[in-house]
Design a binder for this molecule. Sequence first.
Ligand SMILES: [Zn+2]
Length: 180
Amino acid sequence: MKRATLHLISGPMFAGKTDQLIRKHQNLLDINIDKETIKVFKPSKDTRDINIKSRVGLELTCQPIENSRQILDLIENNTKYVFIDEFQFLDEELRIVVEELLAKEINVIVAGLDKLFNRKEFERYSELKEISNFKTFATAVCHGCGKTAFYSKRESNSESEIVIEGEATYTAACLDCHKE
Ligand SMILES: [Zn+2]
């Protein structure tokens, strides 16, 4: 029996996590996996767009979900792959839901932030890390100095070149620049 696996793609903002998620989806289509066996979800809290869009222009159609449990209602008998973007926004039942999917021999691929702006781990990341079979850690480039960046930083009054979500502005930062 082939066991299903959980692949966890994580890292700071601007690290191309969504690109990797979309590419993995495309890889399945490239080997002629039936599209009907793949489900793609995104928490509806993430209001940037109805579809999953990466910063380099890749796009993937998805179903918005209000909570983790909803995934179990939306999968079908033929579902073999579940993709979840921005998993850090989901509730504390996510781990149980993922374990149920794996038990049903459904492969799970998730992407999202590993750390909050204070460099502490998101709870969802810590929980999924423990049960993941594969981890991909994506890095960004530090907006302050150009070195490899592991952290997301919330700027108080920064210039306009950076993405604005809600009221705050965010950058990717190395440890030195994050501490500034
Ligand atoms: Zn830096």
